[in-house]
Design a protein around this ligand. Structure first.
Ligand code: ADP
Ligand code: YYY
Length: 672
């Protein structure tokens, strides 16, 4: 997951390959609760691992439910069989509507039935998301529920600690047009108290019916068959009891699939995009996003558990669509609209206003930043794409809303090759923590569009420290080119070669097929950890020796170019800016006095428990400087367009901030 403040996406050109989707959030949280309420043990496979499922799991554990993490995405849940071993608890539910609503219903009923008392809270946004209709329904049933903040919103107190008589005779009336999660919550909870038939009556048109279908299908898997009269009346039969199905697989998230369906529709591709984990047999309503994407031009084929997508019509065709049946995935259509041949209208989306953020306002604001013309109404949005010269490089604010972050990433395919900034990319953790990794695994940018920041300089100037900090702050790849020379020297010595010109051809051959790999800080040669051996002072001196040999340098070029991967690269060494990435958009030449550098190295070695004499280090360092700067092939020199940075008087953080400010100055996002 990218936990950086922002993630800059270079302009993307094409796509192709296969992605496996994480488990559906709606299904994961429903089956977790159902398994917890059932009699018996349930093993759940392919469960989504995200913020929302984590708060659900934590809540169930607090309530006394046995949760065993089996590794991977599997969890074994020991059900409570409708009993409450813990009668009073405080539950924090983050911003997870799929935890807040059903737990409110289940715990309100169980608290009344068995004498419990529970407090449910979330983050500030959760306290702005309405829950009044559900509370009204629970109060009709005789459950004591108190608002602890504003009326109509969490936080809530459920129960008083005493039992309360439930009134199950009269039908429970719920409004259908606010959130289908209220009805889902009641459907999940009422079987716990079904000593008689219980009726739910929906008042008005029911929105998001597909989510109710998921609920009904999952209830059936756990042994409860709800009778339904149209979408107006639901009857939970007397004597309903949850029983574990033993084990259950969670299908991939169909809403998450929408980004890759859209990608297949937008990107040029030879092989197309394949999505694994969700297919045409999905029980999730958002699978019908596929039809909307097809209407815009996507060519989609599929099987029960996978989808294949290719670009069809181009530009995409503008559509006018009632999106009530695909409220979440419809956000993806709003971004696809940027590539359409006219104005796209998405209607009947009022529920967007009470989601993670006011999604109509958010989408309108961010689409406008990109140059689109947008009209928004209380329950619709109309998007007209930018003119060819109207696209702008935008910094997309994401409102702590995973779907805003994910769908806007598709704007990186803009025809004018502008980069795109996604703020707070970690908000995708709600449903798809590795979304950007998955995206980068199937999209391609032109190499020259992938930014490289070069940090060159002499030994102990702080290159490695600065480069790794920059990479961490920007979410970029890191190339420690010195390590490649160090490993080459190590491999050469192991092969019985000298590090002199006489063995140049043999060392170059070794370097060309160097079996080197990086695992965090560790450097592996043929899978063997050689970090400590190559990081020694002798290792540095040996690297300096082989680095003089032109054939060795040439042999390592391709390997170094291979590090230029999405979303960007920070490269440290001696010739990053002069030879390897001469067209890099930012080059820094780092330096500090030889004495300062020797002191730094001395401290570094002492802190690692390696004894060293300052005078020896200074002499070695000067010897290395001399060899590195005077060699014929790619000597250590600042590139003409490098910015010099003498950090003799600067701390590490100050240097990092300075270079980040230089980088920001070269990005096109200001004022976006
Ligand atoms: N700006 C700085 N001020 C003080 N010490 C620094 C600075 N940058 C790096 N150092 C320290 O100097 C030592 C050498 O830094 P390193 O990044 O390994 O240098 P290089 O990669 O250039 O050889 C490290 O112990 C590091 O913490
Ligand atoms: N791009 C590079 C990187 C390193 N080298 C050579 C020259 C250096 O003295 C050695 C070791 O480099 P490294 O960056 O690991 O060494 P320091 O951390 O600066 O001490 O490799 C090079 O010639 N070109």
């Amino acid at each position: 997951m990218y936990s950086t403040h922002f993630l800059d996406l270079p302009p993307l050109r094409s796509a192709g390959g296969s992605v496996t989707l994480p488990g559906s959030k709606s299904i994961s949280n429903r089956v977790l609760l159902l398994a917890a309420l059932s009699a018996g043990e349930t093993t759940l496979h392919d469960l989504l691992d995200s913020d929302d499922t984590r708060v659900m799991l934590a809540a169930l554990e607090t309530l006394g439910c046995g949760i065993e993490r089996l590794g991977g995405h599997s969890v074994k849940v020991r059900g409570l069989a409708g009993a409450l071993p813990v009668k009073a608890a405080y539950l924090f539910l983050g911003n997870a509507g799929t935890a807040m609503r059903p737990l409110t219903a289940a715990l309100a009923l169980l608290a009344a039935q068995q004498g419990g008392k529970f407090e449910l809270r979330g983050i500030a946004r959760m306290h702005e998301r309405p829950i009044g209709d559900l509370v009204d329904g629970l109060r009709q049933l005789g459950c004591p529920v108190d608002y602890l903040g504003n009326d109509g919103y969490p936080p809530l107190r459920l129960g008083t600690g005493e039992t309360a008589a439930l009134q199950l005779d009269a039908p429970i009336r719920v409004r259908g047009n606010v959130s289908s999660q209220f009805l889902t919550a009641l459907l999940l909870a009422l079987p716990l108290v079904a000593s008689q038939d219980i009726q739910i009556e929906v008042v008005g048109e029911l929105i998001s019916k597909p989510y109710i279908e998921i609920t009904l299908k999952l209830l059936a898997r756990f042994g409860v068959t709800v009778k339904r009269e149209g979408w107006q009346r639901f009857i939970i039969p007397a004597g309903s009891r949850y029983t574990s199905p033993g084990s259950l697989h969670v299908e991939g998230d169909a809403s998450s699939a929408s980004y890759f369906v859209a990608l297949g529709a937008i990107a040029e591709s030879e092989q197309g995009i394949t999505i694994q984990g969700v297919g045409l047999d999905s029980i999730q309503g958002d699978i019908r996003f596929v039809e909307a994407a097809q209407a815009m031009g996507a060519v989609v084929t599929g099987s029960a558990n996978s989808l294949q997508i290719r670009r069809g019509a181009w530009p995409l065709k503008a559509i006018d669509l009632d999106c009530n049946h695909i409220p979440d995935a419809a956000m993806t259509l709003a971004v696809m609209a940027l590539y359409a041949d006219g104005t796209t209208t998405l209607r009947n989306i009022e529920s967007w206003r009470v989601k993670e953020t006011d999604r109509i306002a958010a989408m309108a604001c961010e689409l406008r930043k990109l140059g689109a013309s947008v009209e928004e109404g209380q329950d619709y949005i109309k998007v007209t794409p930018p003119a060819a010269d109207g696209w702008r490089a935008a910094s997309i604010h994401t409102y702590d809303d995973h779907r805003v972050a994910m769908c806007f990433s598709l704007a990186a395919f803009n025809p004018v090759r502008l980069p795109l900034r996604i703020e707070d990319p970690k908000c995708v953790a709600k449903t798809f923590p590795d979304y950007f990794e998955a995206l980068f695994s199937v999209v391609q940018a032109d190499a020259e569009d992938i930014p490289v920041i070069c940090v060159d300089g002499p030994t102990a100037s702080g290159k490695g420290t600065l480069a790794s900090q920059l990479a961490a702050r920007l979410g970029y790849e890191l190339l420690d080119s010195g390590a490649l020379y160090r490993v080459t020297a190590h491999a050469a010595l192991q092969a019985g070669l000298t590090l002199e010109a006489g063995d140049e051809a043999a060392i170059a051959e070794l370097a060309r097929a160097l079996p080197v790999s990086f695992d965090g800080d560790r450097v592996l040669l043929s899978g063997q950890d050689v970090t400590d051996a190559i990081r020694s002072e002798t290792g540095g001196m040996n690297a300096s020796k082989v680095s003089v040999l032109p054939a060795v340098r040439a042999a390592l070029v391709e390997l170094q170019h291979g590090f230029r991967r999405l979303p960007g690269l920070v490269a440290d060494g001696r010739d990053m800016g002069t030879v390897i990435f001469p067209e890099a958009p930012l080059k820094v030449f780092l330096n500090a006095s030889a004495e300062q550098r020797a002191v730094r190295r001395h401290k570094q070695l002492i802190s690692k428990g390696v004894s060293a004499r300052l005078e020896d280090l200074l002499a070695d360092l000067k010897e290395r400087d001399l060899r590195d700067t005077t060699r014929k092939s790619a000597p250590l020199l600042p590139a003409q367009d490098a910015l010099p940075l003498d950090n003799s008087e600067l701390g590490i953080e100050e240097s990092v901030q300075l270079v980040l400010s230089w980088w920001e100055g070269r990005r096109p996002f200001q004022g976006a």
